[in-house]
Design a protein around this ligand. Structure first.
Ligand code: ARG
Length: 586
C-alpha cells in the first residue's frame, strides 16, 4: 500500500541525486492528517539526508530544501512537489491513491493484511522470548501484574506478526520463604475442600493469616523455616503440597488468561532454578567475581561497569540464593534451551535496577548475549478498585469490567438485541482496560478510572470495538459484492482521501512500535482511524440496504465502492486489534 508511493518518490530522488533509492526511504514519511485539511501525502526530511551524508551538512538548509524541490519533476504518480520548512512535500495522484490502497484487499489473508511492508525488512528476525505476567503464588495479583500481562501479550503479538518466532513465558514466583509460611500455615489454617473450591482465594487467606500469626509467634516462624528447609531438601510431603499449590494456581490462572486472550508456551518459575542458582554462585567464584561482604553475604562488585548501586548480593550468609541469583540461572538456562536472539522482560519500573544488575552480571560472566536482553518497564496504576474494594484477584477486575459494561449497554438506547450480551460486555470491557493502559507512554503512572475508560464516545476501547462492529455489520450486508465493481473515481471526496492518507502511515506506526515496544503509537493510530471512520459514516452515503440504493447506475456503484473501500480500514483495524489483544466483537 504505502510502499508503492514511497518507492516511487525514493526512485525519483535517487535519479535526481544519483544515489541508490534505498537511501531515501528512511527520510520519507507519510504526513499525519489533521482535521480535514487537504495536504501533502509524504514528506522528505532534509536534515535526515544531511545526517546520512546524502546532502552536504553545511550551508543553509532552507536553500538546500528549495533547490532540491525545484530539481524534482512531477509525473503521473507524484502530482505536486513543494518545499516546506526543511522538508519537501509530495502529493500523489488521487485516483492512484485509492486504487493502490485497495490493491492488497482480497489478495492477502485477512490476518496478515497490511503486514508485508518493506519497512519491516530491516527489522531483525529470529527467536524472541517474552517473559510477562509472572505473578507470585498465594500473593496478591496486583495492577502491576495485569499491566505486565497485557503489555507482554502485546509485545509477543507484535513480534510474532512481524515474523519472529516467539516464546511466551510466565515466570511464576513459586519459590522462597512465602512457601515456608504457606506450608506451615496450611497445616493450621488450611482446608483441602476450600482449596478445591476456590484455590486462589483460599491460598491467599491462609497466606494472610499465617503472616499475621508469624508476626508475634516465634513457633510459627520456626515452622515456616523448617518447612522451607524440607522443601529445599526435597522432602516428599513438603514437595507434594508445594506442587499441589502450584498446579491449582496455574490451572486457575489459565482460566483467567483465557478470558484476556492471553496464553503462554511455558510456565516456568523461580523453583526451577534453585539448583542452577548455586551453580551460578560457583561460576561467579571461579571467575573471581564473588566477594564476601562484612556481613558474610556473597556479593558481586559492579562498580567497574558504572552501576551506581555498585554491589549486588547474590548469596545470603546462610548460603541460600536470592531472587537475582535465580534470575541469573534462569537467563542462562533459557539461552541454552531456546537459543533466543533477544529476550524481553516486562515488569514495573521499580525493578529496573534489578534487571540492570542482572544484565551486567551476565556480561561480566562472559555472556555477551546479555546485550540482547531488554527490560520493558512500566509505571504504577493508582486506584485500581472494584466494588468489593482493593483488587486481590485478576478475575475480580475482569468481572467488574464486564458488569459495568453490561450496565452501560443496558442504559444505552443504541444497543441492539444480541445473543450473548455478557460475552460482548466482556470483550468490550477488556478492550477498555487495555486501551486505557496503552494510550500513554508505558513508563508513566496513571489513575485507574472505570467511568472514563468505559465511555462509548471518548478515545476508549469501547469506541474501538463499536467502530469495528459497525464496519463488520456493513461488510456483512454487502457480502458478495465483487471488487470488480469498484470504481476509484467515485471516491475522491476529502473524507475518503483523509482515511487513505491516514492509512499511509500504518506501517510506519507499526515500525515505531516495533522499535520502542510502546503500544501508544498503534493505539493512537487506531483511535484516529475510528474518528475518521465515524466521519465517513456521517458523510458518505453508505446507510440503508444495498437494495435501497442499488437502483441505478452511478449511485449504486458509488455505494458499492464506498463499502468496498471501508473494507480496507475494517480489515486493517482487525489486524491491528489482533496485535493489541486477541478478541473482538462484530
Ligand atoms: N514475580 C515477580 C513479581 O511479582 C516478577 C518476576 C519478573 N521476572 C523476573 N524474571 N524477575 O514481582
Amino acid at each position: 500500500m504505502a510502499c508503492f508511493f514511497r518507492r516511487r518518490i525514493a526512485a525519483k530522488l535517487g535519479r535526481t541525486l544519483q544515489q541508490s533509492e534505498d537511501a531515501f526511504i528512511p527520510a520519507l514519511s507519510a504526513v499525519p492528517v489533521f482535521k480535514k485539511q487537504q495536504g501533502a501525502d509524504f514528506k522528505l526530511s532534509i536534515s535526515t539526508l544531511r545526517i546520512s551524508g546524502i546532502l552536504p551538512s553545511t550551508g543553509d538548509i532552507q536553500l538546500q530544501t528549495e533547490h532540491l524541490a525545484t530539481r524534482l519533476k512531477q509525473d503521473s504518480v507524484v502530482e505536486d512537489i513543494s518545499a516546506g520548512c526543511g522538508i519537501i512535500n509530495f502529493k500523489v495522484n488521487r485516483k492512484l491513491l485509492v486504487q493502490k490502497m485497495l490493491e492488497p484487499f482480497g489478495k492477502e489473508e485477512d490476518d496478515k493484511f497490511g503486514l508485508n511492508s518493506e519497512l519491516f525488512n530491516t527489522l531483525k528476525k529470529g527467536t524472541t522470548l517474552v517473559e510477562y505476567s509472572s505473578p507470585n503464588i498465594a500473593k496478591k495479583f496486583h495492577a502491576g501484574h495485569l499491566r505486565s500481562t497485557i503489555i507482554g501479550n502485546f509485545i509477543a503479538n507484535l513480534k510474532q506478526c512481524l515474523g519472529n518466532n516467539v516464546i511466551r513465558m510466565n515466570y511464576l514466583g513459586d519459590w522462597g520463604m512465602q512457601f515456608g509460611l504457606l506450608g506451615a500455615g496450611f497445616a493450621q489454617f488450611g482446608c483441602q475442600e476450600k482449596l478445591k473450591e476456590n484455590p486462589l482465594q483460599h491460598l491467599f487467606e491462609v497466606y494472610v493469616q499465617v503472616n499475621k500469626e508469624a508476626e508475634h509467634n516465634e513457633d510459627m516462624k520456626q515452622a515456616a523455616r523448617d518447612f522451607f528447609r524440607q522443601l529445599e531438601q526435597h522432602d516428599n510431603e513438603a514437595v507434594s503440597l508445594w506442587q499441589q499449590f502450584r498446579e491449582i494456581t496455574v490451572d486457575e490462572y489459565q482460566q483467567v488468561y483465557k478470558r484476556l486472550g492471553v496464553h503462554f508456551d511455558v510456565y516456568s518459575g523461580e523453583s526451577f532454578h534453585q539448583h542452577q542458582a548455586q551453580e551460578v554462585v560457583q561460576q561467579l567464584q571461579s571467575r573471581d567475581l564473588l566477594k564476601t561482604s562484612e556481613k558474610g553475604t556473597g556479593v558481586v562488585d559492579l562498580s567497574t561497569s558504572g552501576d551506581t548501586s555498585s554491589v549486588c548480593t547474590v548469596l545470603r550468609s546462610d548460603g541460600t540464593t536470592l531472587y537475582i541469583t535465580r534470575d541469573l540461572a534462569a537467563a542462562i538456562d533459557r539461552k541454552e534451551k531456546y537459543n533466543f536472539n533477544e529476550m524481553i522482560y516486562v515488569t514495573d519500573k521499580s525493578q529496573a535496577n534489578h534487571f540492570r544488575q542482572l544484565f551486567h552480571i551476565l556480561l561480566a560472566m562472559g555472556h555477551s548475549w546479555a546485550d540482547r536482553c531488554k527490560h520493558v518497564p512500566f509505571g504504577l496504576v493508582r486506584g485500581m478498585k472494584t466494588r468489593k474494594g482493593e483488587v486481590v484477584f485478576l478475575e475480580d477486575v475482569l468481572d467488574e469490567a464486564r458488569a459495568r459494561m453490561l450496565h452501560n449497554m443496558s442504559q444505552s438506547k443504541t444497543t441492539k438485541e444480541m445473543d450473548n450480551p455478557e460475552d460482548t460486555a466482556e470483550k468490550v470491557g477488556i478492550s477498555a482496560l487495555i486501551v486505557q493502559d496503552f494510550r500513554g507512554p508505558l513508563q508513566s503512572d496513571y489513575k485507574f478510572d472505570w467511568d472514563r475508560m468505559l465511555q462509548a464516545q471518548g478515545d476508549t476501547g469501547v469506541f474501538l470495538q463499536y467502530t469495528h462492529a459497525r464496519l463488520s455489520s456493513l461488510m456483512r450486508r454487502n457480502d458478495g459484492v465483487k471488487a470488480v465493481a469498484f470504481d476509484p473515481s467515485l471516491l475522491l471526496e476529502q473524507t475518503s482521501i483523509t482515511i487513505l492518507q491516514h492509512l499511509l502511515r500504518y506501517d510506519e506506526v507499526l515500525y515505531q512500535s516495533a522499535q520502542d515496544l510502546q503500544p501508544k503509537h498503534l493505539v493512537n493510530f487506531l483511535l484516529k482511524l475510528c474518528h475518521l471512520i465515524a466521519s465517513a459514516h456521517r458523510e458518505l452515503p453508505v446507510k440503508g440496504s444495498a437494495q435501497d440504493v442499488a437502483q441505478v447506475g452511478r449511485e449504486s456503484l458509488k455505494y458499492i465502492s464506498i463499502s468496498l473501500f471501508l473494507n480496507v480500514p475494517s480489515t486493517l483495524l482487525n489486524t491491528l486489534m489482533n496485535i493489541l489483544k486477541n478478541k473482538h466483537i462484530g
